[in-house]
Ligand binder design. Structure first.
Ligand SMILES: Cc1ncc(C[n+]2csc(CCOP(=O)(O)OP(=O)(O)O)c2C)c(N)n1
Length: 672
């Protein structure tokens, strides 16, 4: 190995190996300086990455937001130094050598794992293994859908992924691979870092899959190459690019920590600094005579040339894009520009008036479907779907067309029973630009989406989770399907708006808020069972926008305040009426979104909550309610898992009734 490296170094011209070695030394030196990190993977995949970035990847380092760039996803995010080294070498804005010297340090753009919201040019946040692969499926799907809408002149790019053994061991990889194969995503190319090592040691300790057969079985084109043979890697990528009807996976056999004299090929290089002695030995083996963080000018120039390789394509694209109108341009980025936002508001206002006039009792999942009927014509970027619960979730409308590869004319994805894959793909769709993805499943299965929901939140992406069957109110399916802790657990996650509308009008308002909040994902927790219309007075204002509001205020001051969300607001209304007969003055507060309420100023919150004793009603667990109830409040809800029975019986059995609220109010106010 060293002989070959030395021989190439002797050539006057900058060789492939010199270029790859630049990545290797930057990775090992940065990890050493940080005293933490993962040098092995970048050192092992340096050859593959060099081939990709110098010969294939369509990008212009100076313009990381170019909509028609190839997407590069490092799913094996622990190898983040690979991306940072590539970005520095090719000349991405802001990625100077100081950033590499401050790898993993506060206020620098080189965090431990790649974060798209920290580092300009990083496509996605990757760290939880397999998520990047799942995102890439969404990105590659977005490309095909936009290609259909815009044509090759505007949208024509590939999505490349580097995934490791860990990514492929994760369950999500199955869903992602299966979905990509089904969707025939021919522009998706996965470079598998087949180094046969993970943290615990050789992968033979824990996995015996034939990965090539596995991908092949899901309809992929597959190949195996020596990941240190640049020509073989190049040929494999070339071949993969020529396969248009299937995604491709290239298993690149590599040596983890390539170049390290004693640790190469072992788990010791995976996640720890190599140490001064090993690094000096690696320098020797690689024939690298330069100081840490010093890249010789000639070599840096060659890399910078790679960074501008795409300039002509970039210029040509800009020329072609001049033909696009404002709507066309918006359709490649955030599809909700000011004019679409205005149309959304108009459509929602009209629909709310209809709902109020009509007065129908509807499950909020049905209201949501009606909202979608109204929204689809005004938001061309809305991309619907469900994880095999289309009819139950109400996610499909008459205006939807199924995405049916190789025809990408559609706007509805049958994600199949792949909740996790759906959620990760939706992140990719949202990251790519051009789409506002929404996808349905039962609220209880938000657990199956949770790692991806967390990344929607962390990355600040507008992904809308349509989660129906939101409580024991789903009835006979029983406790496995009845979420009780889910609202609380989702509310615990930062930067997620958990909406639980009480009726059709609130449902429309919550959809509007979900769409008009670009940096926060939304969970729409919707009922299976019919709910009466509570907002009978038409109001143009979006009352849900403040998260909670006074739905009914008694005359002459409050004796008690009833707080409720979703299907339990009607119980609060009923109880308030019964209490009024007894002379107990109860206010009803609807709280469709705690997060938005929390964001209001104290005066507003205090005004809504009032100073009277409080009762909260929600068919979920109490966890979290204490912040609104105060020390003396009473919670009426679930204290255990549910049961299988018709919904009205369950509400009775678990004591979530207007009568129970009335009794609690009498007790609390001392008025019996
Ligand atoms: C979901 C998840 N589980 C666990 C980890 C911790 N982790 C980081 S890297 C890694 C091993 C990955 O092995 P491999 O993909 O072969 O990477 P390599 O050793 O080749 O760098 C693990 C378990 C993680 N990042 N994400």
């Amino acid at each position: 190995m060293a002989d070959v490296l030395m021989q190439e170094r002797a050539l006057p011209e900058v060789s492939h190996t010199d270029m790859a070695n630049a990545i290797r030394v930057l990775a090992m030196d940065a990890v050493q300086k940080a005293d933490s990190g993962h040098p092995g993977m970048p050192m092992g995949m340096a050859d593959v990455a060099t081939v990709l970035f110098t010969r294939f990847l369509k990008f212009d380092a100076e313009h990381p937001e170019w909509p028609d760039r190839d997407r590069f996803v490092l799913s094996a995010g622990h190898g983040s130094m690979l991306v940072y080294a590539l970005m520095y070498l090719t000349g991405y804005p802001g990625m100077d050598i100081e950033q590499l010297k401050h790898f993993r340090q506060l206020d620098h753009c080189t965090p431990g794992h790649p974060e798209n919201f920290v580092t300009r040019g990083v496509e996605t946040t990757a760290g939880p293994l397999g998520q990047g692969l799942g995102n890439a499926v969404g990105m590659a799907l977005a490309e095909r859908l936009l290609n259909h809408r815009y044509g090759d002149g505007i949208v024509d790019h590939h999505t490349y992924v580097i995934a490791g053994d860990g990514c492929l061991m994760e369950g999500i990889s199955h869903e992602a691979i299966s979905l990509a194969g089904h969707l025939k995503l021919g522009r998706l190319i996965v470079l598998f870092d087949d180094n046969q090592i993970s943290i615990d040691g050789p992968t033979s300790l824990s996995v015996s899959d034939d990965q090539l057969e596995r991908f092949r079985a899901s309809g992929w084109h597959v190949a195996r190459v020596d990941g240190h043979d640049p020509e073989a890697v190049a040929l494999a990528i070339e071949n993969a690019r020529n396969v248009s009807d299937r995604p491709s996976m290239i298993a690149c056999r590599t040596v983890i920590g390539y170049g390290a004299p004693t640790k190469a090929g072992t788990a010791a290089t995976h996640g720890s600094p190599l140490g001064a002695e090993e690094i000096s030995g690696a320098r020797e083996r690689l024939g690298w005579r330069h100081e840490p963080f010093e890249i010789p000018q000639q070599l840096l120039s060659r890399w910078r040339e790679a960074g501008v390789r795409g300039r002509r394509a970039y210029d040509a694209w800009n020329q072609a894009a001049k033909g696009l109108d404002a709507e066309g341009r918006a359709g490649l980025g955030d599809p909700i520009d000011a004019s679409v936002a205005a149309s959304i508001k108009d459509a929602i206002a009209a629909l709310k008036a209809d709902f109020s006039r009509d007065g129908a009792k509807l499950a909020t999942r049905q209201s949501s479907q009606k909202v979608l009927e109204a929204l689809l014509p005004v938001v061309p970027g809305l991309l619907g779907g469900s994880a095999d619960l289309t009819g139950s979730n109400g996610t499909l409308t008459k205006q939807h067309v199924m995405v049916a590869p190789p025809d990408y004319a559609g706007n509805y994805v049958y994600y199949g029973v792949r909740e996790h894959g759906m959620a990760a793909a939706m992140n990719g769709l949202a990251l790519h630009g051009g789409f506002v993805p929404y996808g349905g499943t039962f609220l209880v299965f938000s657990d199956y989406c949770r790692p991806a929901i967390r990344l929607s939140a962390l990355m600040g992406r507008r992904v809308i989770y349509v989660m129906t069957h939101d409580s024991i109110g789903l009835g006979e399916d029983g406790p496995t399907h009845q979420p009780v802790e889910h609202l609380a657990s989702l509310r615990a996650m930062p930067n997620v708006n958990v909406f639980r509308p009480a009726d059709s009008v609130e449902c429309a308002e919550c959809w509007e808020l979900s769409l008009l909040t670009p940096s926060t994902p939304a969970i729409l927790a919707l009922s299976r069972q019919g709910l009466p219309l509570l907002r009978k007075e038409p109001s143009a204002a979006n009352l849900s926008a403040k998260g909670a509001y006074v739905l009914a205020e008694p005359e002459g001051g409050r004796d008690v305040t009833l707080l409720a969300t979703g299907s339990e607001v009607m119980l609060a209304v009923e109880a308030a009426k019964a209490l009024a007969v007894e002379g107990i003055r109860a206010a009803v507060i609807s709280m469709p979104c705690w997060e938005l309420f929390e964001a209001q100023d104290k005066a507003y919150r205090d005004g809504v909550l009032g100073s009277a004793p409080r009762i909260a009603i929600e068919a979920g667990v109490e966890f979290g309610w204490s912040r609104w109830l105060g020390p003396d409040g009473v919670f009426i809800g679930m204290h255990r898992f549910g049961a299988s029975a018709p919904a009205p019986e369950l509400y009775k059995k678990f004591g979530i009734t207007a009568d129970a609220v009335v009794a609690a109010a009498r007790e609390l106010t001392g008025k019996r």
